[in-house]
Design a protein around this ligand. Sequence first.
Ligand code: NAI
Length: 336
Amino acid sequence: MDVAVFSAKPYDKRFLDAANAADAGRHRLTYFEARLSRATAVLAGGAGAACLFVNDQADEAVLDEFARAGLRLLALRSAGFNNVDLAAARRLGLAVARVPAYSPDAVAEHTVAMILSLNRSIHRAYARVREGNFALDGLLGFDMKGRVVGVVGTGRIGAAVAKIMLGFGCRVLAHDPFPSPDCSAMGVPYVALGELLAASDIVTLHCPLTPQSRHLIDAEAIRRMKRGAMLVNTGRGALVDTRAVVEGLKSGAIGHLGLDVYEEEGDLFFQDLSGQVIQDDVFARLLTFPNVLVTGHQAFFTAEALTAIAETTIGNITAFEETGKALHEVSVEKLA
Ligand code: NAI
């Protein structure tokens, strides 16, 4: 099948080409650096499938253009699918496939890296020591052992985070409308979100972005959190109301903030903007806090995860070509 790959980076090409070669090179992959938008949708003309990443916007207008051009499949290189208008895809007869699990450990381990870095101010210590400043003032951390970690969303990633944090001797609380048997077996209690926020020293978000979970952490939720608690979001940016979080950091309500995802990351992440002036004032404000650590949506970025993403994506496309059904389809019906 002819596949138009959007938001393609050199590493995408490397791993997708390898997965395609392992499938006898049956697909013709054309790589576009451009992010998918109404302006760039036309690039997919002539292809049977478009292959998208997290900041490619497949809204109704884009999907209309795809349907007109004869595309039949959207193959997402991600687990999340909040960037696709699924109702419009169904109306237009476009199948949507994703990579439901590639390496939950990659994301869980990055989450823990952020928690430890923030706690022990590794990001500040690194810069200080390089400047010849060996003072410890401002670097005071806390023992992880005995701390309460609230995991919101205990699917594959949240359950992996819970397991690691239990290994540190933390007490883990969970909130999820569908409790995980793995977490229950580890003795993790499920509580209401309000209770989790009030009791946790560290709150970490691992639920998908849906209309219900948008701004799950808003000003009211921050008021319910333990004063000075750490908030970590490696899920999706809009789970957090960033303006409310900035206020929480200013008042000391939030003691540490770790973000791998950001509400408006589409204009920022996955590109080198070091020679430019950042126009997003909310994001720029975040970067001024000493107790904030931001990474540019890199939690998934391990060799194992990229291999799995590429293999599942090619598997989805091949299955769709052979049977009319991808291996891991997403549909509005399944979500209902
Ligand atoms: P999953 O589907 O295995 O688990 C998600 C869990 O969240 C489910 O148990 C579900 O019941 C729960 N959930 C749904 N709505 C909720 C709510 N309002 N409150 C609490 N729990 C809720 O998904 P997985 O693989 O664990 O991934 C979680 C999210 O992590 C993805 O949706 C994606 O947005 C994000 N992600 C981020 C990556 C990164 O590089 N930063 C990479 C991969 C995923």
